[in-house]
Design a protein around this ligand. Structure first.
Ligand SMILES: Cc1ncc(COP(=O)(O)O)c(C=O)c1O
Length: 383
């Protein structure tokens, strides 16, 4: 009999993707809207990366790639892990994926049996619990709040570990909170993985977007248990190229590769050659990353100060390009608050509901300063 599977029926489509699509549709209809929904840099992909793609295309590098990724990129990833994170991950223990998203999706398929538990630290990126459920796992939430700047207490994480716990997901700098975990917190979480023999899934996709403090990879503390996930999208403004990667324990990486081999075969070959250049041309890459980071830093000041001045409490977090703002003043229900912001202020944001952030909405400041200023004026007007 026809009909969708229970698995797909239970799947909740990404709230951020949905709300962003709605904002874009309104814009196409001519609505003058400021979209602060997408986790997408407003910069263009740097020219040196685009040129590498053009060269690959001209050279006919247009065929299937191995499911683990082209060897040149796996080498570049291994070198990047060493250079930037201090991690010793040989090329054979890396995999290239269709965005960081596919690395995570395949990873949960690779490590979870039905009923296995995965600790996720809320407010979390909407996809973690859904990916875990899709792999028949059970997400177990540890909550953090604005009073701690959304930094978790490792003792609370330890408290949630059971005989069924398989992994802890760490995302620092984090989406949607913008929180950067202090090194001691990351060390303590990684030590829990060692103590209880768990995996750490470390999503480091925002590692370069830190405004105070430094990035730290938990893989340095739990190398046999950490899968480090990263990608091209946020660092190099390459969201549409769909290149992500992971490195870690070989059997897990092989699991990710096997899932790819039966689903996507490999990521786009031309985009992989562009990514080789993005990682290996360290000088150009650093120039671009620094330029973007300084722009985001200035925008963060404007949005954090502006929202707090409007009576919408917003912690001054240190990373990524998001802030979570308490919008109870606009409406006690965050979904209704986001609707008011959209319909009355013409400012599109993502309600915190699916991030496990009640009373909050997420503002992405990966948009120009003038747009941010205008959004603040519009919100002031409805208040
Ligand atoms: C926390 C986090 N991880 C992973 C991703 C996946 O990024 P991509 O698949 O574009 O590499 C995103 C994208 O928004 C994200 O916010």
């Amino acid at each position: 009999m026809r009909g969708l599977s229970d698995r797909v029926r239970a799947l909740k489509p990404s709230a951020t993707v949905a709300v962003n699509a709605k904002a874009m549709a309104l814009r196409r209809q001519g609505v003058d809207l400021i979209a602060m929904t997408a986790g997408e840099p407003d910069f263009d992909t740097p020219a040196f990366v685009k040129e590498a793609a053009i060269r690959a295309l001209a050279a006919g590098k247009t065929k299937y790639a191995p499911p683990a990724g082209i060897p040149e990129l796996r080498e570049a990833i291994s070198a990047k892990f060493k250079r930037e994170n201090g991690l010793d991950i040989p090329p054979e223990a890396t995999v290239v994926t269709v965005g960081g998203k596919q690395a995570l999706f395949n990873l949960f398929q690779a490590i979870l049996n039905p009923g296995d538990e995965v600790i996720v630290i809320g407010p979390y990126w909407v996809s973690y619990p859904e990916m875990v459920r899709f792999a028949e796992g059970v997400p177990v939430e540890v909550r953090t709040g604005p009073e701690s700047g959304f930094i978790p207490d490792p003792a609370e994480i330890e408290h949630r570990i059971t005989a069924r716990t398989k992994a802890i997901v760490v995302n620092s700098p984090g989406n949607p909170t913008g929180a950067v975990y202090p090194k001691e917190v990351l060390v303590a979480i990684a030590e829990l993985a060692n103590k209880y023999d768990l995996y750490i899934v470390s999503d480091e996709i925002y590692e370069h977007l830190i405004y105070e403090g430094e990035h730290f990879s938990p893989g340095l503390v739990a190398p046999e248990r950490t899968i480090t996930v990263n990608g091209a999208a946020k660092a190099f403004a390459m969201t549409g190229w769909r290149i992500g990667y992971a490195g870690g324990p070989r059997e897990v990486i092989q699991g990710i590769i096997d899932v790819s081999s039966q689903s996507t075969t490999s990521p786009d070959t031309i985009a992989q050659w562009a990514m080789v250049e993005a990682l290996n041309n360290v000088e150009e890459a650093q120039k671009f990353i620094q330029m973007a980071r300084e722009a985001y830093r200035a925008r963060r000041e404007i949005i954090v100060e502006g929202l707090n001045a409007l009576g919408l409490p917003t912690p001054r977090v240190s990373g990524a390009f998001y802030v979570l703002s308490d919008v109870s003043r606009i409406h006690p229900d965050e979904g209704q608050a986001a609707l008011r912001l959209l319909e009355e202020a013409r400012v599109a944001v993502v309600p915190g509901t699916d991030f496990a952030a009640p009373r909050h909405v997420r503002f992405s400041y990966a948009t120009g300063e003038a747009q941010i200023q205008e959004a603040l004026r519009r919100i002031a007007a409805i208040l």
